[in-house]
Write a protein that binds this ligand. Structure first.
Ligand SMILES: CC(C)(COP(=O)(O)OP(=O)(O)OC[C@H]1O[C@@H](n2cnc3c(N)ncnc32)[C@H](O)[C@@H]1OP(=O)(O)O)[C@@H](O)C(=O)NCCC(=O)NCCS
Length: 187
């Protein structure tokens, strides 16, 4: 059963780890979402070889890869990665996330990313998550604002996207911030 692989569930979506078996579904979603994703994230190669290498990255302790699915059908509506995880006295990682064209704008990513943030701070033992966002990416900024991230700073020429080194804003949330937002119950 699909349901048994979910790590966390919200009212409408649930989150599980990405696997190679997701390739065809994600390839189709990625193709139909080219206009949504451009120019905010690097173009994605979903050929068999490239996708195998992509999911293999999540075998390393420095990377976690998740898909956000509708609870009822299991259909994939988004993806969230935690990249470049640093342990020790830092306990931090960098988020990457995407919605897909047919299901964007329904609040699924808000719910899914909130679930991943909570999972990261509880089950994965992380303390801080950052999201590096191009200043014009209004939907992405609104998403992290809704989840209580704060603007930490500005990183000129931070990431190579769409043929150039792009400036990014650095947004972040720490475990204490989510606990405060949830009042006395951090879950
Ligand atoms: C950034 C991105 C993931 C946001 O996805 P999204 O679909 O807007 O996120 P949600 O599913 O949470 O939808 C939020 C929107 O749905 C609306 N919404 C509609 N019904 C809703 C409901 N029942 N509950 C919550 N929100 C709802 C919200 O008001 C919000 O609209 P707004 O952005 O105009 O304020 C998406 O735009 C994307 O994939 N962009 C390209 C890739 C990218 O930029 N990645 C991040 C790089 S830093």
């Amino acid at each position: 059963m699909l349901d048994q692989s979910f790590l966390v569930r919200g009212p409408r979506v649930a989150v599980r780890r990405i696997s190679f078996q997701d390739r065809e579904e994600i390839a189709a979603l990625t193709r139909e979402s080219a206009a949504l994703h451009h120019p905010w994230i690097p173009a994605r190669d979903t050929t068999e070889e490239a996708f195998r290498a992509y999911v293999a990255k999540f075998d390393q302790p420095t990377h976690e890869g998740f898909v956000v699915c509708l609870r009822e059908s299991g259909a994939i509506v988004g993806g969230v990665n935690i990249n470049n995880i640093v342990r020790g006295g830092i306990q931090s990682g960098a988020l990457g996330y995407v919605a897909y064209a047919t299901t964007t704008g329904h609040g699924y990513m808000t719910e899914g990313l909130r679930l991943v943030v909570r999972y990261a701070f509880t089950e994965l033992g992380l303390h801080r998550l950052e999201a590096n966002i191009q200043p014009g990416n209004v939907s992405s900024v609104r998403l992290v604002e809704r989840l209580g991230f704060r603007l930490e700073g500005y990183s000129p020429r931070f990431q190579y996207v769409d043929g150039a080194w792009r400036d990014h804003e650095r947004w972040a949330v720490t475990a204490e911030m989510t606990e405060q937002a949830a009042g006395s119950d951090p879950r």
